[in-house]
Write a protein that binds this ligand. Sequence first.
Ligand code: GTP
Ligand code: MG
Length: 461
Amino acid sequence: VDSRKSWIRQPIVVVLGHVDHGKTTLLDKIRGTAVTKKEPGEITQHVGASIVPASVLRKVAEPLKKYFPKVKIEIPGLLFVDTPGHELFSNLRRRGGSVADIAILVVDIMEGFKPQTWESIQILKERKVPFIVAANKIDRIPGWKSNPDQPFLETIRKQSPHIVNRLEELIYRLISQLYEAGFMAERFDRVKDFRTTVAIVPVSAKTGEGVPELLALLTGLVQRFMKKRLVTSDEPGKGVVLEVKEEPGLGTTIDVIIYDGVIHRGDTIVVGGKDKPIVTKVRALLMPRPLQDMRAHEGKFVSVEQVVAATGVKISAPDLDDALAGSPIFVVSSEDKLEEYIKLVREEIESIRIKTDNIGVVVKADTLGTLEAVVEALKRENIPVRLADVGPVSKNDVLEASVSEKQRPEYGVIIVFNVKVLHEAEEYAARENVKIFRHNIIYKLIEDYIGWVKQLREQEK
Ligand code: GTP
Ligand code: MG
């Protein structure tokens, strides 16, 4: 007899896009809080996750009744994850895909696509995450008359014709850029088939215009196309480690997104570690308060007995110092299954980390998620990898690269994402003729390397 209770969980919505295009402001608007105002330099410092409950969705969508009379809200809410840049998005990984069910790609309509927009779209494509585009900052179109918190379809009727034209031009630019990235796109109210066409919703995170449609569309899309994926039950929890963080008084903790099942205080968990999977017991489950952001509550978490999917939770437990961001986390259902879970975690991590005797490049990155993204990008270009691991660049990495360098100089390099190069490694690399590539945007990193290889080949001619 199956006594498991099952339910439809909150879809996990990730917000990503170029720096300053308005991700945090948009989330704030949605939550009705003002985290942005508290942020030093208005730059996102930490990841936050927050749930917008169905009641709020209902209220926000109220003015849309006359356009979409039949939309009924069946999900318990939406779980939003904020990502500074795209790095943390990479950690929302899951074997062969992502923990994110759907994404909002935020683009400043005045600026159009920027490097991190292209980067975001690349990762969305790779991880097969459906997305909608929030064409943000419409209030900045010169001459725009703001109608705070109104649906886009209302506010657009109140603009003068030349503003409407200007908006159309700007949307058209986004449609072309999306086409270039391999996607058909259209303004949301003109989309005929949401499975083949990306919807663009013009919004202002500042005034709230268009936000009703943005939320209604997210809700409608997940309810129509993803219900199966959203069914979960009170089985042992599954999740992913977004970040590994020191907390005063708690030591090393992990911020986790639970996408399936339940996790209790005292549960045994398995999580990927630097040298081997870590087996430990949950000492505390720490939750941000509803409708507020994790990072607004440093030191003000609420300790709870259990959490259910979908949620973002901080886990305090012994032995988490070597935990890896981007690693899967599993609750162990019974002691006799422990070995099975350890194997599962080990295999998943070994599929990302590479250690071979082949001639190829060396890759170092800050998390499993970014490492996987860099290695995938290299594979797409048919660039062989000798070694890929998490952590700073050490002398040993240079040694490995120099082995490749002696046979195939173009592979005698280290490709570095978001980690330090130790001083002695830097010196050693110079002596061994091992070139080090660094960039904080993955596709630029690969481009730089490929450009250099081309130059090398020209010189050989
Ligand atoms: P990072 O976290 O640094 O990547 O940036 P972000 O994408 O979260 O951008 P953020 O929300 O911090 O916004 C950047 C700036 O744009 C801030 O000064 C916001 O006030 C402003 N801004 C965001 N959305 C809007 C909008 O719709 N209209 C106007 N006029 N300004 C906006
Ligand atoms: Mg931000």
